[in-house]
Write a protein of this length. Structure first.
Length: 362
């Protein structure tokens, strides 16, 4: 227990995730607060995400220390053959179910089991009861909550009385990723989102300083993956031109393709058609057991039996799904629409994540 001069505190960790924040965004001259935090503490050149370089797998990796193939959140959407159910990251009735998350123990569960309190604001997985444990304070995901409001929530938790105050706090900010998906990583609106998030972090750090907590609070700012530009239609791999998609439960893991057949006996035929079509193309197709071991992508019931791994900036889709995705993102119906995409080989430089931290541990 440590004092800030007027109150007693447990050593405290604040974890902030900026979805899709590529490390080189800090070199655009619009992040003075992150630069300041990094100079006072440390700024890694980059952090490697896990494969696939997607949001839900990596957010759960950050808080469990496990690869997606081990903790089981193998993609933003996936089908589990053991329980015949589909995980859908945008469906709160899906993400709240314990069964998806119990392959790992997130740090907030570890903290609560040790008698500490956790306060979690919109972090993937935090609304589920995991190993019979929930955070003391949890705020479910909601769209369009300004980053400044999320920083205010952290401060509100920090200002609670000692016996109510969480010592692990986490919050998630999607703005940079959302805008980059819509317009590509080099768009002006992406820079606006980067500056907005940086401003909110600056307010948080100045309030931590004002409370005389810089020797007590560790602030870690991370991202889950980077971002690349692609072009709609131009780089699409239409899987329905190659195989009969009526034989599938679904295709999971965009921009890659986890091919889940309805019947196991169709795996061989579908795989061989894809293998033949892939010759000389910017994508490879694997049976699950042959996926390169460096991806640690091994979950037997959740990783699809056939996996298409594309080179950046190509993406797997169907003609119908491509149109639905465009409408969902309110994209222009242009053949040359630049959009942002991630989820590729986690070793690709454009998929790199961010790590900046300050506090007594750094």
């Amino acid at each position: 227990v440590v004092s800030n001069g007027t109150h007693m505190f447990q050593p405290t960790l604040i974890l902030v995730s900026i979805d899709g924040f590529r490390p080189d965004y800090m070199d655009r001259g619009i992040t003075p607060n992150l630069q300041h935090i990094g100079q006072k503490g440390l700024r890694a050149d980059y952090m490697l995400p896990s494969f696939p370089s997607s949001t839900f797998p990596n957010h759960y990796t950050i808080v469990t220390g496990l690869y997606p193939g081990s903790h089981g959140i193998v993609s933003n959407e996936f089908y589990d053959t053991e329980i015949n159910a589909t995980f859908v990251y945008k469906d709160n009735s899906s993400t709240v179910q314990s069964k998806w998350w119990e392959g790992g123990e997130p740090i907030w569960v570890t903290a609560e089991k040790q008698g500490l309190k956790a306060g979690i604001n919109m972090w993937p997985g935090s609304t589920a009861t995991i190993h019979n444990t929930k955070p003391s304070y949890v705020i479910p995901y909601a769209d369009n909550v300004h980053p400044t409001k999320k920083m205010s929530q952290i401060l509100e938790w920090l200002d609670l009385p000692f016996d109510q105050r969480p010592s692990f706090l986490a919050t998630y900010m999607p703005e940079v990723d959302k805008m980059a998906h819509k317009e590509g990583p080099d768009a002006k609106h992406v820079n606006d989102a980067v500056a907005m998030v940086d401003n909110a972090l600056g307010e948080l750090w100045s309030e931590i300083e004002r409370r005389n907590l810089t020797h007590i609070v560790n602030l870690m700012v991370v991202s889950d993956h980077g971002m690349a530009a692609t072009v709609r239609h131009k780089y699409a791999i239409y899987i329905d031109d190659i195989i009969d998609v009526s034989k599938l439960v679904g295709i999971y893991g965009w921009p890659l393709g986890g091919i889940q057949p309805k019947h196991n006996e169709d795996v061989s035929e579908l795989f061989h058609k894809l293998k033949l079509a892939s010759v000389g193309q910017p994508w490879k197709v694997y049976l699950r057991d042959d996926i390169p071991s460096r991806f640690h992508y091994t979950h037997k019931s959740r990783v699809a039996p056939i996996y298409v791994i594309t080179e950046l900036p190509y993406y797997v889709t169907t003609r119908a799904a491509d149109q639905i995705h465009a409408e969902r993102q309110n994209l222009l119906q242009s053949e040359s629409q630049v959009i942002g995409v991630h989820g590729y080989d986690n070793m690709h430089p454009l998929m790199r994540a961010t790590f900046v931290a300050v506090g007594p541990a750094f």
